[in-house]
Design a protein around this ligand. Structure first.
Ligand code: GLY
Length: 619
């Protein structure tokens, strides 16, 4: 192959320190994200309602003409999950029934793949389709399919190798082949292990990622696409199947590694995953051209340069997540700005399919460039459904981050946020919590600043959005609630706590939108098995099924006023006026602002009446 100039690892680090690893963001903002998403929505609506594209044939690629499609029954195909996933993304913000029906219609034909044991690509087929379906609806049908698919994927684990064998159909004479792509498939196992599947699936997935970090990542942070092993776990070959040459770096493979290690860190908080994610990311960023969209292979000679927008979309999504795990502000900014530079390019006329005949969202993807292994190539300079999927995921991540606040996390070491050491005695806490899905299982819990929070038992007090769709709070050894307060996706609830640290008790009020405060917990005791809690030093935003299940904004902790101390409770929150210029009106039945907690309970229950009536009507 042609001689290449690859900087050493030390040079990457130096470039990084100089802030040169990625071009600066050139102004990608919420308006640009909204515009791109509006275009995506139009394209997806067109495809989802096109009678020529039946839900048994998932769109895969286009070079300007109609979609090339792949049958739901194609066992080798890996792309069938992405179109349903895109349709679920369209359902997510507005939760319109029409998008749910479309998404479900495109998801269900994939059930036939759940017992497919010939491929590692079950993660790609099932997490975008059934994974989002379950995340956004809570329907156990979807979970059951995911768990069976995870069992099929786990069956491909090879214990001597410590990795998942990618595929049974390979042309090359591989024995136990692993590819960078599989790192992303692992999410199905990580997720399933936490949602009713075998806990061991987590360990298999982590072991696979560790094996890949050891054998697939080169000393300079680049990757081989394929590592093949014999049955004893000895490496037989290291290759770059979809790239230019065995010692070149296929850019989408590198992007899968960036995404996969980052996702593995999300689930496991294993520092080796974060380290691997950093190494492959720094390599990827250092090799980017000015428009932040890589060629299909970083080492392809000038005569074979061809962009791959799908690699850029995968990296743009992953880097936004990785930036939240950075250990310094500079590192977080570097990854985030790199992601925004990628989005800026992808959302520009150079890459967006707007104004073309292409039914996709992004142009200029490369599925399989002509290589010595596949001389004919496939889908070169095309819209690729996975490029579209990760682009829309990246835009969604951008919008969620732009909305501000704290997002919940799946892993405990990632869930807590420090509040300092000054919150002692009695404290009033206020925040708004917005479920981003429904139902979720999420906890907002508090611990002393000295506690290392690794599990629920470290949280002395906690408010929960429970799996039944109601809000409750920890009462000693179990959760309970004085009132049935439902929560609704995308609708903020205001929560107010009165925390008496010396007495080890707390009370909770919840204000549904447009409603009155409801007393949810009155002097509930702290968990008996929690560590000493002398201050409100940390708040943890933990969710069970998915991370980013809810958002907390306007979180404040303060000392009570003298009047509140006399009253033994915080001043009742006034509902927001109908418009900002109108004078604050006393809500009906709420004249006793300084009422004691007992009266507050009664008023709270009165405030609940419309909610209970609505729930009855719903049944
Ligand atoms: N997972 C196959 C590819 O990225 O082309």
């Amino acid at each position: 192959m042609a001689r290449r100039v690859i900087p050493t690892l030390r040079a990457w680090v130096l470039l990084g320190a100089l802030g040169a690893l990625a071009p600066p963001a050139r102004g990608f903002d919420e308006a640009a994200a909204d515009r791109a998403l509006a275009f995506a929505r139009r394209q997806l609506e067109h495809t989802a309602t096109d009678p020529a594209v039946p839900p048994t044939q998932s769109p895969k690629s286009s070079r300007g003409g109609p979609w090339k499609r792949v049958a739901n029954t194609d066992r080798v195909g890996w792309t069938q999950g992405f179109f349903p996933g895109l349709v679920w993304f369209m359902f997510e913000p507005g939760r319109e029934a029409v998008w749910r029906t479309r998404a479900d219609t495109w998801t269900r034909p994939l059930e036939v793949q759940k017992s497919n044991r010939e491929t590692h690509d079950l993660g790609f087929k099932f997490m975008p389709s059934y994974g989002h379906a379950y995340r956004l609806t809570g329907d156990p049908y979807y979970r059951d399919v995911l768990l069976e698919a995870a069992r099929s994927l786990a069956s491909r684990y090879h214990p001597e190798v410590g990795a998942i064998d990618c595929c049974d159909w390979n042309d090359p004479p591989w024995r136990v082949a692993t590819v960078t792509d599989t790192l992303v498939d692992l999410e199905l196992l990580f997720w399933a292990a936490r949602n009713g599947g075998e806990p061991a699936w987590n360990d298999l997935a982590l072991q696979h990622a560790l094996t890949a970090a050891r054998d697939m990542v080169r000393p300079d942070g680049g990757t081989w696409h394929v590592v093949d092993y014999d049955d004893t776990g000895r490496v037989r070959s290291k290759e770059t199947f979809q790239g230019y040459a065995d010692d070149s770096t296929w850019s989408r493979g590198q992007a899968w590694a960036v995404y996969g290690f980052t996702m593995a860190y999300r689930y496991t908080r294993d520092p080796r995953m974060l380290q691997a994610a950093r190494e492959v990311t720094d390599y990827y960023l250092a090799r980017l051209p000015a428009d932040a969209v890589p060629p299909w292979d970083f080492d392809a000679p000038p005569s074979q340069q061809q962009k791959d927008s799908s690699a850029a979309a995968i990296a743009a999504s992953a880097l936004q997540e990785l930036s939240t795990y950075a250990t310094s502000t500079a590192e977080a900014r570097r990854y985030r700005e790199a992601a925004l530079a990628m989005l800026d390019s992808l959302a520009s006329p150079a890459y967006l399919a707007e104004g073309t005949t292409n039914p996709g969202i992004l142009l200029h993807g490369t599925a399989f460039y002509r290589t010595r292994i596949k001389p004919s190539g496939d889908d070169i300079d095309a819209s690729l459904i996975y490029g579209d999927y990760y682009f829309v995921e990246a835009l969604g991540r951008f919008q969620r981050a732009a909305a501000g606040g704290w997002l919940s996390a799946l892993a405990f070491p990632g869930a807590p946020h420090a509040l300092g050491t000054s919150h002692t005695g009695v404290r009033v806490v206020d925040f708004d919590v917005t479920p981003l899905s429904q139902p979720i299982d999420g906890v907002i819990g508090y611990a002393d600043s000295a506690t290392v929070v690794t599990g629920y038992t470290d949280l002395a007090l906690a408010v929960r959005l429970n799996a039944e769709g109601l809000v409750d709070a920890r009462r000693g050894d179990a959760y309970g609630a004085l009132a049935a307060v439902p929560y609704t996706a995308h609708t903020p609830l205001h929560v107010r706590l009165w925390v008496d640290l010396p007495a080890r008790t707390y009370s909770v009020w919840v204000t549904p939108p447009g409603g009155a405060e409801v007393l949810l917990a009155e002097r509930f005791p702290f968990r008996a098995d929690a560590p000493p809690t002398d201050d409100l030093g940390q708040v943890a935003f933990k969710s069970e099924r998915f991370d980013e299940a809810y958002r907390v904004t306007s979180h404040t902790v303060r000392a009570p006023t003298p009047q509140e101390l006399l009253d033994g409770r915080p001043a009742t929150r006034q509902p927001a006026p109908p418009d900002a210029t109108a004078p604050l009106a006393e809500p009906p039945g709420r004249a006793g602002m300084g009422c004691q907690a007992g009266t507050g309970a009664l008023l709270g229950l009165l405030g609940l009446v419309p909610w209970l009536a609505r729930r009855r009507r719903a049944r």
